[in-house]
Design a protein around this ligand. Structure first.
Ligand code: MOS
Length: 742
């Protein structure tokens, strides 16, 4: 039997998704289900003076309207609202009191017999506000931004800027060649296809089963229990499928509180679905102002880097990620300094969005490196090779693996980089200017503790269970592949159960850490199953495995067989029969082995071609080659899709995406996917994904995980290509054609 790991196995949930049998949070029905529609605030700051629900209550079919004045009790302390990935601060409490902290904040829930009635009645709720003075513009707060202080908590501390090295300011000033630049990334919203939704089923015994759209069912479960003072055994949270998350579902969102609150108040099952405009009241990628200074000698050897960032968060929580230190992982430089300040605005709290901190920090770094290459009159790939670092300079540690040089080589070859004329504006295709740009990508290769349960039955079927989610990445499929290989069974004999808080422990699915964690978790539990089977097999009279140790045997083709002599084996069925069992069920927890002496990262080299219409300045991204080094690839098909999707995100970041706020009102002007632009089919042309071979022994299966690495570097590669095509450097994203007017 050929190995499933590493193959292009199609998604095992593909058929159920395309035929509609895969059900999402808003698709679970029960008799008597009620529908909630959310009323949101129209001001950005202030308080509710009066909320009049009488007209809404009179609408036929309306059951109740919940507000801060009319609702069951909610927890009254911050700790109860803290989820597993909450930042420092005081989490938002939906329907808690009269205070308005951001526009589109939920302030009432109308519950009715149908969703149409609920939505209509929500339009009848009248609210009188007392307005406070709001600030929503990061530029108006740049001087008031507060430097991040390194917190004691080690996880929080890892998000703070790394420590400085040497005397960077003097070194920049003394450098033969310098580049200084300021780069801007606007607020972006995740815009997953599936709307945030929760269906809270009120069970006969008063327990709740909540179908919620989330990247972490156990995170939501403990959050709901905290906020509503419920016992864990009375709340089960399920999220079998998710129509895109991209980080917006790492923290619990308010729809789950509202649905559960209404279900408890009315002792009925309640569904709450947010509208697309309401999705813009959730978290977002923080807007970011970054300044970078680079100093190099005349040959292109870097000597000094300074990188500082101002990012946006709310007035009540300090969300941030480590934007500034990526250069310390990529490029050798004796002198370096990093700084990061937070601008507090009257908005919802910012949050993780696809490669948080790297998508943005590396955009600025790789744009600046391109500008340095121009100043040096050096090929941008050569500059990166000249400054290449074999160590993480923050820790001094070598990498567990880093095949980035091979990414540059294979990417350049596939792209045809050698044909590039370095002079801006020198390459043409008819009336189009042609530009070629390159940038590096980097992301973390993390493994987290996880528990996996396997139930193997005598007929050679196995069920693999873990509370993790598949947010669209392919987790179901890679779990089945790994289980099939480890248990020596055909893929069709594996069933995968995930997305249920009652299953074995899993952290949120994010950070590109689940594939590594759950794959190694399955291997650990499968070993324990094998050992149990061996114990039973040895009891067979004259057992062919009588003297075998657990390392000597493997599960292959439905049998437990000697690795040295495949004629010595016991079938799974025979071993179980001997033991008088028809099923072996085991659960094991796998913790990553500590490896502090090495750095763990994935890398990429991204090559982009743009064509810019010389008269109209319309930009098209005509070709992208992304060469990725991410350890062992579990599934070349789903992995390619992850990188493809990342490239599409990068095209959006470079050319389209921007959440626009009317700062007079503190309200988002393009809170819909007609006016918030994302790349569509016509914007995506030839994208080639290459996986560079990379062997890594950080974990048993040699997996590093991927997903987020796909977006990192893409926006810079495109921005650099636009410069190469036009000679015009645009340092604020998105690069819209008005910014190209020469
Ligand atoms: Mo990802 S931003 O960790 O969901």
């Amino acid at each position: 039997m050929a190995a499933y790991i590493g193959s292009a196995t199609p998604r095992i949930d593909g058929v159920s998704k395309v035929t509609g049998t895969a059900k999402y949070a808003a698709e679970f029905n029960v008799p008597g289900l009620l529908y909630g529609s959310v009323v949101t605030a129209t001001i950005a700051k202030g308080r509710i003076v009066h909320i009049d629900c009488s007209a809404a209550m009179r609408a036929k079919g309306v059951i109740d309207v919940l507000t801060h004045e009319h609702r069951p009790p909610l927890a009254d302390n911050d700790q109860a609202y803290k989820d597993f990935v909450a930042p420092e601060g005081s989490p938002f409490r939906p329907l808690y009191d009269d205070k308005i902290k951001f526009s589109v904040q939920p302030i009432a829930l109308v519950v009715a017999e149908t969703s149409e009635i609920a939505r209509f009645a929500a339009s009848l709720v009248r609210v009188e506000y007392e307005q406070g003075g709001h600030v929503t513009d990061v530029f108006s707060r740049r001087d008031a931004a507060i430097p991040i202080r390194r917190p004691a908590d080690p996880v929080e501390a890892s998000f703070s800027p790394p420590k400085a090295r040497g005397n960077p300011e003097q070194a920049v000033a003394a450098a033969a060649v310098r580049h200084k630049g300021e780069y801007y990334v606007p607020i972006e919203h995740h815009n997953p296809m599936e709307l945030y939704a929760a269906t809270a089923i009120y069970e006969a015994d008063g327990k709740l089963t909540v179908y919620d759209k989330t990247q972490g069912v156990q995170n939501v479960q403990q959050y709901v229990c905290g906020v509503l003072a419920l016992k864990p055994e009375n709340v089960r949270v399920r999220s079998p499928f998710m129509g895109g998350g991209f980080g917006s579902g790492l923290r619990p969102q308010y729809e789950v509180v509202l649905a559960a609150l209404a279900a408890l108040a009315l002792r009925r099952s309640v569904r709450v679905v947010l509208t697309r405009p309401q999705m813009y009241g959730l978290g977002y990628r923080p807007a970011m102002i970054q300044r970078i200074a680079l100093g190099a000698d005349a040959t292109g050897l870097l000597d000094a880097i300074t990188h500082d960032a101002i990012t946006v968060t709310s007035q009540f929580e300090d969300f941030y990620r480590q934007e500034t230190g990526w250069s310390g992982l990529l490029y050798k430089s004796a002198h370096a300094k990093y700084a990061h300040s937070l601008a507090h605005l009257d908005l919802a709290t910012s949050c993780d969005m696809r490669a948080p901190s790297a998508a943005t920090g590396v955009y600025a770094l790789e744009s600046a490196m391109d500008e340095l290459a121009v100043a040096l009159n050096l090929d941008p790939v050569q500059l990166r090779l000249r400054c290449y670092s074999d160590r993480d300079q923050h820790s001094g540690s070598p990498y567990s693996s880093k095949a980035l040089k091979e990414c540059y080589r294979q990417g350049a070859e596939a792209f045809g980089w050698a044909e590039r004329n370095p002079k801006p504006g020198s390459m043409r295709d008819g009336s189009d200017l042609v530009g070629w740009g390159i940038a590096t990508g980097i992301w973390e290769a993390l493994q987290v503790p996880i528990s996996v349960r396997i139930a193997l039955t005598a007929n050679g079927h196995a069920e693999v269970a873990c509370a993790t989610s598949d947010i669209g990445t392919g987790t179901y499929t890679i779990m089945a592949q790994v289980a099939a290989d480890m248990l020596g069974l055909p893929l069709d004999n594996i069933s995968v159960k995930i997305g249920d808080s009652s299953l074995p422990q899993s952290p949120v699915e994010g950070g590109s850490w689940i594939a590594t964690s759950v794959a190694n978790g399955i291997a650990t539990t499968a070993d324990a199953i094998r050992d149990d089977l061996l114990r039973l097999a040895k009891r067979i009279p004259n057992s062919p495995l009588a003297d075998a140790a657990s390392d000597d045997v493997a599960l292959v083709d439905g049998k437990l067989a000697s690795k040295r002599d495949s004629t010595r084996f016991v079938s799974i069925a025979d071993a179980m029969r001997q033991g008088g069992v028809d099923r072996i069920e085991l659960e094991k927890t796998t913790e990553p082995a500590p490896d502090p002496s090495r750095a763990h990262n994935t890398h990429s080299a991204v090559f982009a071609e743009v064509k810019v219409d010389e008269q109209l300045d319309v930009i098209r991204v005509t070709r992208v080659v992304s060469a990725v080094a991410a350890g062992r690839i579990l599934n070349t098909k789903t992995a390619t899709s992850q990188i493809l999707g990342g490239v599409v995100w990068g095209i959006g970041m470079a050319l389209h995406e921007e959440t626009l706020i009317d700062h007079r009102f503190g309200r988002i002007m393009n809170a819909n996917i007609a006016e918030y632009h994302v790349p569509v089919n016509a914007d995506v042309h030839d994208v080639k994904v290459i996986f560079v071979e990379e062997s890594d022994d950080s974990n048993r299966l040699g997996v590093k995980g991927l997903g987020e690495i796909g977006i990192v570097g893409v926006a810079a590669a495109i921005a650099n290509a636009v410069y190469h095509a036009t000679g015009k450097r645009v340092r604020d994203l998105p690069i819209t054609l008005d910014k190209l007017r020469r």
